[in-house]
Design a protein around this ligand. Structure first.
Ligand SMILES: [Zn+2]
Length: 377
C-alpha cells in the first residue's frame, strides 16, 4: 500500500519524504551479523572502529509481529518463500560443443570466442562482514555475481540499410574492449555473444564499487563480479534490441549455473558504482534505469537496498533520483540508515560518518593489499 501511494507522488523528493515517514520504524537492519573475533588487527584500526563496534554489539530490540513483517518487506523485498526459491535456482546448463571459435550450450547460448584474451588471473577476493570490523569474513575466488554494463559506444540506426555500419561499429567496439580488457562478455546489437576477457581472469569494469549478499560485502568488483556489456547507450534504452535481451537471458542462465550465482547478485553498474571522493553513489550510471530484469529472467533488483548506502553511508542527490526514476532500493537503504541511527540515538549524519569511516578503512586495506601484490588496482 505504501509503495502504491508513493508511486502516485510525482515529485521524487516528496516521494522520498513520504516513504521515510511511512516507514519510520525504529529497528536495526535485518541482515545483521555479529562481528567476528579476530586475531590480527592493527591497534589503530581497532581504535578507529570502537564506535562502530559498540553499535554492532548492541542487542536487537524485539519488535511486534507487524513491525517485523514491515521490516522484512523493506529490507528483503523478495523474502516470501516460493518466489525467492524460484529466483534462487537455475536449471543446470551444460556445454554441448566447443571449438577454437565457438561454444554452444544446452539452453541455446552460443558464444563467439574469436576475441578471447587473458588479463590478470582473478585474485582471491575478500568478503567483508555486513557490520562490524574490516577483517574479511572469508576469501573467495569464484565469481560472486554479474555486473551489467552498456558500452556507451557509437550506435547506428537498427535498420537493414545500416547493416554494414552496424557490423563495423560492433567490430570496433570488440577491438576496444579487448584492448582495454574491459568486460568478460559483449552482446552486440544482433544478439551475438562474444567472450572477451576469460572467465578465469579479472576484467577492468567496475572500479570503485560495492555490493552485498547474505554472505557479506564485496568492495571493488573487478575480481569478484563478471562483466556483461550490451552494445548500447545509457540515454537510449530503446536501442537495446530484443535479440540482445534474449542473449542476455541465456548467458545469465549459463553463468549462474556454472558459478552458482544468486539472482540478487546480478545487478547493473549504476547500482554498484560509488565515488569515494564525494562519498556518493552512481559515479557510473550505465543501466541506471530500465534494465529489463524480468526479461533477462531475474527479479527486479532495483528494489534491493544498496549496501553502499546502508553499510557504508554513501549518499545520493536529487539529480540521481531523477536520473534513475528512484529505485525502491535507494529509499529502502536510506531508510535503514535513518532507522538504525534513530535506534542507536545517534544523529543520522553522525551514524553515516561512522559507516563512511568503515568504508575508508576497508578501501585503504584493499589498496594496501593490491600494492603488496604488485597489482594495478
Ligand atoms: Zn559500466
Amino acid at each position: 500500500m505504501i509503495d502504491q501511494r508513493a508511486s502516485d507522488i510525482g515529485d521524487p523528493v516528496e516521494r522520498l519524504r513520504y516513504l521515510r515517514k511511512a516507514m519510520d520504524v525504529p529497528r536495526p537492519v535485518a541482515r545483521e551479523r555479529a562481528p567476528r573475533r579476530h586475531g590480527r588487527i592493527p591497534a589503530r584500526v581497532l581504535l578507529a572502529l570502537v564506535p562502530i563496534g559498540v553499535i554492532a554489539l548492541t542487542p536487537r530490540p524485539t519488535g511486534t509481529a507487524e513491525t517485523l513483517v514491515r521490516e522484512r518487506g523493506l529490507t528483503i523485498p523478495r523474502a516470501d518463500g516460493a518466489q525467492a526459491a524460484a529466483w534462487g535456482s537455475v536449471p543446470r546448463i551444460w556445454m554441448v560443443e566447443n571449438s577454437e571459435t565457438t561454444e554452444i550450450y544446452s539452453n541455446g547460448l552460443r558464444i563467439d570466442r574469436t576475441f578471447l584474451v587473458n588479463n590478470r588471473p582473478r585474485a582471491a577476493f575478500p568478503v567483508f562482514p555486513l557490520t562490524g570490523g574490516s577483517t574479511p569474513v572469508t576469501m573467495r575466488s569464484t565469481p560472486a555475481g554479474i555486473v551489467y554494463h552498456t558500452s556507451e559506444s557509437l550506435l547506428a540506426p537498427f535498420d537493414e540499410q545500416d547493416n554494414r555500419r552496424l557490423r563495423q561499429l560492433g567490430r570496433n567496439l570488440l577491438d576496444v574492449v579487448r584492448e582495454e580488457r574491459a568486460y568478460h562478455y559483449v552482446i552486440d546489437r544482433f544478439g551475438r555473444v562474444f567472450a572477451v576477457v576469460a572467465d578465469t581472469d579479472a576484467a577492468d569494469h567496475a572500479g570503485h564499487s560495492v555490493w552485498a549478499d547474505a554472505d557479506g560485502i564485496y568492495v571493488n568488483l573487478n575480481d569478484s563480479f563478471l562483466a556483461v556489456s550490451f552494445e548500447g547507450q545509457t540515454g537510449a534504452p530503446d536501442a537495446i534490441t530484443p535479440a540482445q535481451i534474449a542473449s542476455a537471458k541465456v548467458l545469465t542462465q549459463m553463468l549462474r549455473s556454472r558459478y552458482s550465482i544468486p539472482a540478487d547478485n546480478c545487478v547493473t553498474h549504476a547500482q554498484v558504482s560509488v565515488n569515494p571522493l564525494n562519498m556518493r553513489i552512481g559515479a557510473h550510471t550505465d543501466w541506471g534505469g530500465s534494465f529489463p530484469f524480468a526479461q533477462v529472467g531475474l527479479p527486479d533488483n532495483y528494489s534491493m537496498p544498496l549496501a553502499s548506502i546502508y553499510a557504508f553511508g554513501f549518499e545520493f542527490d536529487n539529480a540521481f533520483i531523477e536520473r534513475t526514476n528512484g529505485w525502491k532500493g535507494l529509499y529502502a537503504a536510506a531508510e535503514q540508515v535513518d532507522r538504525r541511527a534513530a535506534y542507536e540515538h545517534v544523529p543520522a549524519a553522525r551514524y553515516r560518518a561512522m559507516l563512511q569511516h568503515r568504508y575508508k578503512e576497508i578501501a585503504a586495506e584493499i589498496k594496501e593489499q593490491k600494492e603488496t601484490e604488485g597489482d594495478n588496482p
